[in-house]
Design a protein around this ligand. Structure first.
Ligand code: SAH
Length: 310
């Protein structure tokens, strides 16, 4: 790692497509029965409209214990702990009172549902419990923030389903402490916030300018010093910050761009949805300078990976 605090954040890189990929496929693992799709996000919002009155209770005792207080994140990357300290929840007051307060019990119930679907990594589950998903949504959708569904965030994009967020991070982490991680597709910034709890440095790229701005305004009150947002085409990766121990794509392409595979550290893990109408979650592991292996994990459905910026 060459990054020093004064070089952080870094600007976007240009494509560096040198080596070739050698990806073999392992047999598919368990196929998940229910797949939440971006297309169902709007329906989720409508069908679950009644859930707006879901338990949203005040939790004043937690008000002091907020993400803004995560001083452990502020240390220079080289001196940072193996894994940042777990954040506590951020009080609704920190976002100017736009959102209702949601008790930790509500988040814990969501995490229990995620765990019941098979996510076992306690570090990931704790991060999911710490980040207040409703603060990344329109206040009108707050009542649905802790159901296990993708929901609309505007610009035909979605906030990912909690289960899949947790699952991808679990697969990428593989029980190890991650140093530098890249996310393609910031969207509203939710997964980036979760990632900031499990990795020392997180970079996230979004191609739609208003969503990049939305993520910035969602994340600003949380003051997460180990997270850097970039506006640009994530298909090019972020060569200045590479190599990455882990890369997550929150959008699906027909294949994973070679630039991203090239920016993976040897031993690093990339998790991505791959496909069109039918998508599968795939894990790519870089085993050598020009060697990658791939494993198909389960069915999934994400919004598409698109080139360029808008
Ligand atoms: N990470 C989000 C999910 C965002 S949805 C969460 O926390 O829930 C996927 C996002 O990927 C969309 O915002 C879409 O605009 C973005 N995207 C698609 N192609 C991209 C590209 N080439 N570079 C960066 N972002 C891209």
């Amino acid at each position: 790692m060459t990054g020093k605090p004064k070089n952080f954040p870094l600007s976007l890189a240009s494509l560096d497509d040198k080596s070739r990929r050698q990806a073999g496929s392992a047999p598919p693992a368990a196929t998940r029965p229910a797949v939440a799709t971006p297309q169902t996000a709007t329906r989720n919002a409508a069908v679950n409209g009644a859930a707006r009155s879901a338990p949203l209770s005040a939790s004043p005792s937690k008000a002091h214990n907020n993400l803004a207080a995560r001083s452990a994140y502020g240390t220079p990357p080289a001196a940072a702990p193996a894994r940042p300290a777990m954040p506590g929840p951020m009080p609704a007051a920190a976002d100017g009172g736009r959102h209702p307060q949601v008790s930790q019990a509500v988040r814990r119930a969501m995490v229990n549902r995620v765990a019941a679907q098979g996510v076992q990594d306690k570090v990931v589950l704790a991060a999911m419990e710490a980040v207040q998903r409703h603060l990344f949504m329109e206040p009108a959708l707050s009542g649905q923030a802790y159901i296990d569904a993708s929901l609309p965030i505007g610009h035909h994009q979605t906030i990912s389903q909690p289960y899949i967020v947790a699952r991808m991070i679990e697969v990428m982490r593989n029980g190890t402490d991650l140093r530098r991680v890249l996310e393609i597709g910031t969207g509203c910034g939710y997964q980036a916030a979760v990632l900031s709890c499990v990795a020392q440095e997180v970079y996230s790229i979004e191609r739609i300018k208003p969503l990049h701005e939305l993520a910035k305004s969602n994340l600003r009150p949380m003051r997460i010093p180990n997270l850097r947002l970039h506006y640009g085409d994530g298909m090019l990766g972020l060569a200045q910050a590479a190599p990455f121990d882990g890369i997550i794509l929150a959008c699906a392409g027909m294949e994973v761009p070679q630039a991203l595979l090239d920016q993976l550290a040897i031993g690093g893990r990339l998790v991505a949805p791959v496909g069109g109408r039918h998508q599968v979650l795939q894990l790519f592991e870089r085993s050598g300078k020009a060697e990658w292996t791939s494993t198909t994990l389960e069915n999934c459905h994400f919004v598409p990976l698109r080139p360029g910026i808008v």
